[in-house]
Design a protein around this ligand. Structure first.
Ligand code: ATP
Ligand code: MG
Length: 369
């Protein structure tokens, strides 16, 4: 008789506009998380619309292919939804006695959020209590997602014959991931200390450079304070390369390849015109995205009473772009760490796995936590 081992493995799924990330994970006794295996598939084009999965059949087919290819065997799944149609707000609510908090918060949410409450799933999290004009106020982080969007993801999990454990939003997965202790490489610490002598605040930005979206998260003392989705991403670069260099039709794959190969360079190599041309296309888009990120930072500081950002972490496939780190450090004047440049305590990869792809996996790892 074959021995049956108890398996505590589960799967997490992140369906991005460009890639589908699927991870099999195991929680260890000390609460550390082990990535047992993972696979990355291609998202069939045009299947996410307004944050919901519209073409379920093609998505399910691709997920099944990846599950088979990587022999992922867990039976339970957590899924993260697209960031594009999620409402997130911080509201201030007068401090009341503990037993009345829930009722008070819900009544404020009903007053404040201009949505149909039957059609949305609304959640809140108490952040902290602050003093505003001599009055104690609770800061409350509120999220709302249309139920039909959530259902489209649950249906995907059911179609896969998996048991849905949770459906979460990217802001939560990022904040859970960044609860973990980040360790910087020794050489980095010294170099950054010289370049950026003053780093006074505990406010960091985590920027998810996706294919069609860039999500700006700001965390203060590891608590999420700000979240905004910019509807521009790395695929905009491909489009500019097509428009300005490739001209002919159906060149999307080639444009993406050029982007990955050349990235952003600081100097023009007289023997490599193509590199420079591509790099100029990349800069055009990244400048635009950086401008929007800056607007978010300014909004956070000026309108939300936030502190200056002292560090930036970059996640998502777009954070693998060559030259991105130097660009951000120059543009924002703060140390910037693409996530593959740091170690994260409490998360380990099975020894045979390629951890080079960790940039893509942060959302899928975060919802596992
Ligand atoms: N080495 C690289 N250099 C530049 N860009 C890269 C590199 N590797 C991947 N990318 C880009 O990263 C993007 C995919 O990243 P990711 O998987 O995080 O996006 P997504 O989650 O599918 O999109 P979204 O978050 O917008 O839904 C693609 O546009 C891809 O071209
Ligand atoms: Mg993504």
């Amino acid at each position: 008789m074959a021995l049956q081992f108890f398996s505590s493995d589960f799967m997490t799924i992140d369906i991005g506009f460009r890639y589908i990330k699927i991870i099999q994970l195991r929680k260890k006794k000390n609460n550390d998380l082990m990535v047992v295996n993972y696979g990355i598939g291609d998202t069939p084009r045009g299947c996410i619309k307004n944050g919901a999965i519209k073409d379920k059949v093609r998505v399910v087919t691709e997920i099944k292919r990846v599950i088979d290819e990587h022999s992922l065997s867990a039976k339970e799944a957590k899924i993260v939804i697209s960031g594009t149609n999620i409402i997130t707000r911080i509201i201030m609510v007068e401090k009341v006695e503990d037993k009345d908090v829930d009722k008070k918060v819900w009544s404020e949410i009903h007053n404040f959020l201009p949505i149909n409450f039957d059609e949305h799933r609304v959640d809140y999290k108490l952040l902290d209590v602050v003093n505003e004009g001599g009055q104690e106020k609770m800061r409350v982080f509120v999220t709302a997602v249309a139920k039909n969007i959530i259902n489209s993801y649950i249906e995907i999990i059911k179609e896969l014959k998996l048991k849905p454990v949770s459906v979460d939003i990217p802001a939560n997965s990022i904040s859970k991931f960044f609860q973990k202790d980040i360790e910087f490489k020794e050489t980095d610490i010294l170099a950054k200390r010289q370049k950026f002598p003053r780093q006074s605040t505990n406010t960091v930005a985590v920027i998810d450079l996706g294919s069609e979206t860039t999500i700006v998260n700001i965390l203060k003392n590891k608590i999420p304070e700000f979240n905004r989705v910019i509807l521009q991403g790395s695929s905009n670069i491909d489009q500019v390369i097509i428009d300005e260099i490739l001209i002919e039709k159906n060149q999307a794959d080639k444009a993406e390849r050029y982007k990955k190969m050349y990235g952003m360079v600081a100097y023009r190599d007289p023997n490599n015109d193509l590199e420079w041309q591509c790099s100029e296309c990349v800069k055009k888009v990244i400048n635009e995205i950086a401008k929007n990120i800056k607007m978010c930072f300014n909004f956070y500081v000026d309108r939300c009473g936030g502190e200056q950002i002292s560090k930036i972490f970059l996640v998502g496939g777009g954070s693998k772009l060559k030259g991105i780190r130097e660009y951000f450090e120059e543009a924002f004047g703060v140390p910037t760490y693409p996530i593959n440049y740091v170690d994260v305590r409490g998360i380990e990869f099975a020894p045979e796995l390629n951890i080079e792809k960790i940039n893509y996996l942060i959302n899928a790892i975060g919802i596992a936590l």
